[in-house]
Design a protein. Structure first.
Length: 264
């Protein structure tokens, strides 16, 4: 796990650098323009990422014994403060807030990276640093795409982050999937991804879940890994769908799967 933790933290740094390069030149007209996140401007996305960084840093510092555990209303107070800022302030403060979080991850020593457990207050048990960094990469990478795709309709998720987004998906997919939207029979699919290559099952039962590959007779969805992750996050609209995706069944269709994952 040592190498994976280091790679995840390095991906957080690369993501920070890339998003700052993209957004730093933006003036208020661009910041107040629509992002690909439903009903959010680009400044709203940066505010969400900045407040999320502040919140995660507070839980990380509490686990390290450097601060008290956040109070029950801590998240709401942070969101209120960020929401009260102007679009330019949100963009500027995002840079500082996310830099503080990434820098704190980078400052963890070997023992902390391998053994620290962090209570986030909403999961059943504390998580290790790899899971913590992966959860942040999940949020950051998807929302960075929400901004990048405005000027580049063919934008994809940052490749260095993709492999780390599957564990957060496993944890969250039961909340984000909506199989009641399916008109077809609910069943399991085999999913084959590329870049990286993975093989697993997507159970479309009463609760959506990632499972072991089902029987050979199951329909197969062949798809780039980053596109599958965008699909489950509600970010694979037809105009942002790469070529080469195949689903060897007429029920469900790719459009049915889009309905199953309306996004967040």
């Amino acid at each position: 796990m040592t190498g994976q933790v280091d790679q995840a933290i390095a991906a957080l740094r690369t993501g920070q650098q890339s998003l700052v390069r993209l957004t730093a030149p933006m003036a208020e007209p661009e910041l107040t323009g629509r992002s690909a996140a439903s009903e959010w401007t680009i400044a709203d996305v940066l505010s969400h990422l900045g407040s999320g960084a502040e919140i995660m840093l507070a839980w990380l510092e509490a686990a390290l014994g450097e601060a008290e555990k956040p109070e029950p209303d801590f998240r709401e107070s942070v969101w209120d403060r960020w929401n009260a800022r102007t679009p330019q302030e949100q963009a500027d403060e995002f840079v500082a807030s996310n830099e503080a979080l990434v820098g704190r991850f980078e400052g963890l020593d070997r023992s902390q990276r391998d053994h620290l457990r962090v209570d986030l207050g909403f999961l059943p048990e504390p998580v290790d640093v790899l899971t913590l960094a992966s959860l942040r990469l999940n949020e950051f990478t998807l929302h960075a795409w929400d901004i990048a795709v405005v000027s580049d309709p063919a934008a994809t998720l940052a490749p260095e982050a993709v492999d780390f987004l599957f564990e957060p998906l496993r944890l969250l997919i039961g909340w984000i999937g909506r199989t009641e939207a399916l008109d077809a029979d609910r069943r399991a699919l085999t999913v084959r991804t590329t870049d990286p290559d993975r093989l697993f099952g997507l159970d479309l039962g009463e609760t959506v879940s990632l499972v072991d590959p089902p029987a050979d007779s199951a329909p197969v969805l062949s798809i780039p890994a980053e596109a599958f992750l965008r699909l489950t996050a509600g970010r694979l609209a037809p105009e942002h769908t790469p070529p080469g995706i195949s689903l060897d069944t007429t029920s469900p269709t790719l459009d049915d799967l889009r309905k199953t994952f309306p996004g967040f």
